[in-house]
Ligand binder design. Sequence first.
Ligand code: AMP
Length: 219
Amino acid sequence: MLNIILLGAPGAGKGTQAANIIKKYKIPHISTGDLFRATLKQDNPISREIQKYINKGRLVPDKIVISMFKTRVQRPDCRSGFISDGFPRNLFQVKALDGYLEEINRKIDAVIYLKLSSAESLKRLTARWLCPSCNRVYNMITQPPKKDSVCDCCGVKLIQRKDDVPETVKRRLAIYKKETFPILAYYSKQKKLLTIDANAQVAVVSNRIKSALKKAKNS
Ligand code: AMP
């Protein structure tokens, strides 16, 4: 069993790196952002409420996120562990997660922190486009599609996430600094924090993560 948290500013490459980690360690990827985006495809009072927060780049209320995360962890595929990307995002959520894991007799094994400057995050996020059909993510600077603005797999025209427009990105980065940054000190004290320089090519960052996890597992 391996329970991992993936932390980092929006745009640090958490989704991309999580995809590599799940292949290697055979654990499911839990992305609270993806779970919310799936909820938004339905039209009901809760999804309309959530949409207001997400489109403005604000955090969804803790109660909603925590309950959604718990429900996801209870699914059978999480018996082998999980990699959580986007949760916890503030100290309240950290404490709620700790309490819940204790209840189910589990613990966090490692916290991977993808470190990236705000300027680089802003640059990457505003360059991020995705396929509305298969959800494949492209970066117009580092991983552009083969053909202009069209998905390599489906041929569908790429779109930009509403919360990736520059003004909203700046708000998300400010919230990240204020709410999520203090979490690093918390996990560092517990000697669980693995800091990875994320300002490099995807494959390089992926190798850095693998060796940090290997070291942590052997120590
Ligand atoms: P992400 O894809 O992780 O950047 O998440 C997209 C949006 O979903 C965020 O900007 C928040 O509005 C919401 N969200 C995702 N995870 C959380 C969380 N742990 N707490 C509060 N809001 C969240």
